[in-house]
Design a protein around this ligand. Structure first.
Ligand SMILES: Cc1cc2nc3c(=O)[nH]c(=O)nc-3n(C[C@H](O)[C@H](O)[C@H](O)COP(=O)(O)OP(=O)(O)OC[C@H]3O[C@@H](n4cnc5c(N)ncnc54)[C@H](O)[C@@H]3O)c2cc1C
Length: 387
């Protein structure tokens, strides 16, 4: 029977697993990453691609998360300018929200303060006229005013592939479309591959996004119910049908949740999303429900009535499952913070966002160092450019 030895086995090749593989390999560990699909197939190719502090998390009082994510935004802009770019956003408020204008104006200023020296440009309140001057397509919208703020957008699957490429050049072994049978032993971990090869690792990291609890149960770890996924869908229109120039943040007219209309000129399309709903669906077989599509359409029709956007104009649609930490309360009110849990030789990483993946990876690899009982080298992922 073929066999191999490695310091670290990582299960899951989404952005978090890919980031961990790169970090660990750059710190000198031998790494084998295994994904049952192709890397990035899961949540990490289905995001809104915002590399952001998350202006709406200010409302939830999640100041720590916003501050941390804004620092990560600055790092990604520096190490991956080919994949992440700054983008100005217009936060628009409709007439029913006139009382929110002061709040949003203070919010964008606070956002800028939290970004500190990483701030990307002008943050300020705008009148209705100011909004329409910047985005003429808003001329027919029932707006009272809004605000300008600065954020960034990125290529989610591009970031996964780039981290994987960097991990490979640092010596990591990447196995895609591979279902491994994992066994935890007193002194290490064994992963048996479909061809019979047994990979023995000294530590195991689980970076499984919404699959976390299911796989933990499969390999016999304690039932901790770490993750409660919420489903988010996106729809796209061609730029020709929806000639939007500016990224827009808006509150949905039904429930006042923040959502986005995001022009992607490089793909000749506008991305509209997203929803945030509890679901019992498996992440393997997610579906895009008609009521979710209708919800997004109501928001775009409310803001851009003259375009008469409907089902027939939708070019693409998809669903993803956010691997949020399990918490009480409304899905959109749940924290985007993360958790790194150590149980013997197993380290589980749960929660988080695309934006904070690098920091999650750094924390996870620090814990792997403790598991292995070695002094690892300094983390350099905030300095070394991504390929
Ligand atoms: C609709 C939506 C919009 C979002 N928008 C944003 C945004 O704009 N900005 C932001 O910062 N974040 C955003 N997020 C959150 C972000 O996308 C996720 O936090 C992130 O992608 C999760 O990455 P992950 O690596 O933890 O999980 P995943 O990307 O899901 O990776 C898990 C991997 O595990 C693999 N796997 C599963 N089972 C096994 C097994 N048994 N063996 C081996 N491999 C296995 C899967 O194939 C998958 O590749 C959004 C999420 C959603 C759903």
């Amino acid at each position: 029977m073929p066999s191999s030895r490695t310091d670290l086995i990582i299960l899951g090749g989404g952005i978090v697993g890919a980031g961990i593989a790169r970090d660990a390999a750059l710190r000198g560990l031998s790494v084998t990453l295994i994904d049952k699909h192709t890397v990035g197939w899961g949540t990490s190719s289905r995001s809104s691609r915002l590399i952001h502090g998350g202006i709406r998390y200010l409302e939830l009082g999640d100041i720590h998360l916003v501050h941390e994510a804004l620092a990560e935004r600055a790092i990604l802009l520096r190490i991956a300018p080919q994949l992440v770019h700054p983008e100005p956003f217009l936060f628009v408020l409709d007439r029913a929200e006139y009382w929110q204008w002061f709040r949003v104006s203070v919010g964008v200023l606070l956002y800028r303060i939290l970004a500190a020296r990483h701030s990307l440009g002008s943050h300020r309140p705008l009148t209705r006229r100011g909004l329409v001057q910047r985005e003429p397509l808003l001329a027919a919208a029932p707006l009272v005013g809004g605000a300008l703020y600065q954020d960034a957008r990125g290529d989610d699957i591009g970031l996964v592939r780039s981290n994987i490429a960097a991990a490979k050049s640092a010596g990591a072994r990447i196995l895609e479309e591979t279902r491994a049978r994992v066994r935890i032993m007193p002194d290490g971990v064994e992963a048996t591959l479909p061809d019979g090869e047994v990979v023995t690792g000294r530590a195991l990291v689980l970076a499984l996004g919404p699959w976390t609890d299911a796989v933990r149960a499969e390999i016999g770890l304690a039932d901790r119910q770490l993750v409660a996924g919420t489903k988010g869908i996106h729809i796209t229109f061609s730029l020709q049908r929806f000639p939007l120039r500016h990224a827009i943040a808006l509150r949905h007219p039904d429930d006042r949740r923040v959502m986005f209309c995001l022009p992607e000129p490089e793909r000749q399309r506008v991305l509209v999303g997203t929803t945030d709903k509890e679901t019992t669906e498996s992440p393997d077989t997610l579906t895009v429900g008609a009521s979710d599509v209708a919800y997004l359409l109501r928001a775009v029709r409310h803001l851009f009535p003259q375009l008469e956007l409907g089902e027939d104009g939708i070019e693409d649609r998809w669903a993803g499952l956010r691997p949020l930490l399990r918490q009480q309360g409304r899905p959109s009110g749940r924290t985007r913070e993360h958790l790194v849990v150590r149980e013997g030789r197993v380290v589980t990483v749960a929660g988080g966002k695309l934006t904070t993946y690098r920091e999650m990876a750094e924390e996870a690899v620090d814990v792997v160092g403790e598991v292995l009982g070695v002094q690892l080298g300094r983390c350099v992922t905030a300095e070394v450019p991504l390929p």
